[in-house]
Design a protein around this ligand. Structure first.
Ligand SMILES: C[S@@+](CC[C@H](N)C(=O)[O-])C[C@H]1O[C@@H](n2cnc3c(N)ncnc32)[C@H](O)[C@@H]1O
Length: 392
């Protein structure tokens, strides 16, 4: 189950105190003396977190399945900011919770002008901080209210636009079989002019939002994620000349196929991001997209691979951010377990499912154009499902 990051809410104090204590109790005995552990854990009180917030400390809470599994707090400061606390429940450690919290704190602090972050690490936490790019800059002794001491390392990390580049695993194919000469030519000649603006991290390290008005004027803008060979995308572009459509697809052979179709159809209202949708979400302005299509996303049938699916918070939360309120989001899939995960995850990300009866998911949309993947699924006896959501 994935971790969700959120801000502090009324009533969180008790959960934070409980987790904080559990984390302190789990620090090995050779690192913290029994007196210090007792002082450290017993000095905590529920209202202390609220007082810290009132005094200017910011909290990020990590939650999994509705349970708080970690938190981090930081103090703004430019050019140097500080991560004051980082605690992960012992049962949730080594699963990327600390990294997710620190990355989010770094992103927020960088956005607010910090160019370096400091933190204090106990010997137990030092390797984890080092793995996140923090270097030891000095040693300190931390004195508890009861007078016991703990040796801590002062650590620091410089922040820059490129250090903010998130690590994103991509499991699909970016290149398949050999490209035809004509396809190589389309890529060389046409792709640049079809760019929606600077999307890639190298071209836009500050993640400046795209100027969609400059690209499409005042037209509505739609988005198709993972367009494959582009047959549905080109159909929608040709049928809706008054709309601007952005397609994104990391598989370069698919992009080349689309470019051939664009030449053939002569449509002018399409733009292409030949890469990962997550990079595009970073730079699409909030509430800028009026309709989105996710057609036959990679099924990842094995249970241990379900977290790679598109219908996970990593993709759905930023998608929800860029969709306008009321925007339609269409998902087509032939995998029953993908339907299950979609119906679970998409509403959680801020959408409502619009189905009133079975016809709504068994019959294709009136303006549908069957994709290559759907044709294959039908040939192999699998049943398409058409799920329609509305962004709340
Ligand atoms: C099963 S194919 C379906 C292609 C097409 N929509 C169709 O129905 O024929 C899924 C596509 O999603 C693309 N894809 C996977 N992860 C993606 C991501 N993070 N961003 C954009 N596209 C992605 C893959 O490259 C692949 O072409």
């Amino acid at each position: 189950m994935d971790v969700i990051l959120r801000g502090f809410r009324d009533g969180d104090g008790a959960a934070l105190m409980h987790l904080h204590r559990r984390a302190i109790m789990a620090v090995p005995d050779d690192i913290v003396s029994p007196e210090h552990r007792r002082d450290w854990a017993h000095g905590l009180e529920e209202a202390g977190y609220v007082r810290a917030i009132e005094a200017g400390e910011h909290f990020i809470i990590a939650e999994r399945g509705g349970v708080v599994v970690g938190f981090c707090s930081y103090l703004l400061g430019a050019p140097e900011a500080e991560i004051v606390g980082l605690y992960v429940d012992p049962d949730a450690q080594r699963r990327g919770v600390a990294r997710a919290l620190v990355t989010e704190a770094e992103r927020r602090l960088f956005d607010r002008g910090a160019t370096a972050i400091t933190a204090r690490a106990s010997p137990a936490g030092e390797p984890a901080w080092a793995a996140m790019g923090y270097r030891v800059t000095g040693q300190e002794s931390y004195r508890s209210r009861g007078g016991s001491t703990l040796a801590v390392a002062r650590m620091a990390k410089p922040l820059s636009a490129t250090s903010q580049r998130p690590h994103r695993n991509f499991y699909g194919r970016r290149k398949g079989q050999h490209l035809k000469d004509s396809q190589e030519r389309y890529l060389a000649e046409d792709l640049e002019a079809l760019s929606p603006g600077a999307v890639d991290w190298d071209a836009n390290p500050q993640r400046t939002p795209l100027d969609l008005d400059a690209v499409f004027g005042t037209r509505d803008v739609w988005l198709e994620v993972g367009f494959g060979g582009g047959e549905h995308l080109i159909h929608q572009a040709a049928s809706n000349p008054d709309v601007g459509i952005i397609g994104c697809e990391p598989y370069i052979n698919g992009v080349a196929m689309l470019l051939g179709k664009i030449r053939e159809a002569g449509v002018r209202n399409l733009r292409v991001h030949p890469g990962d949708a997550r990079d595009l979400f970073d730079v699409l302005p909030e509430a800028s997209i009026a309709k989105a299509f996710l057609l036959y996303p990679d099924p990842w049938p094995k249970k241990r691979h379900h977290r790679r699916r598109f219908v996970t918070p990593e993709h759905l939360d930023p998608l929800a951010r860029v969709l306008k309120s009321g925007a339609e989001f269409r998902v087509a899939t032939d995998i029953p377990d993908y339907v299950r995960q979609t119906l679970e995850e998409v509403p959680r990300a801020g959408f409502e499912w619009l189905a009133e009866g079975p016809a709504d998911w068994r019959e294709a949309w009136p303006d549908w154009y069957s994709t290559r993947y759907e044709q294959k699924a039908l040939r192999e006896g699998r049943v398409p499902h058409y799920l329609t959501f509305r962004r709340r």
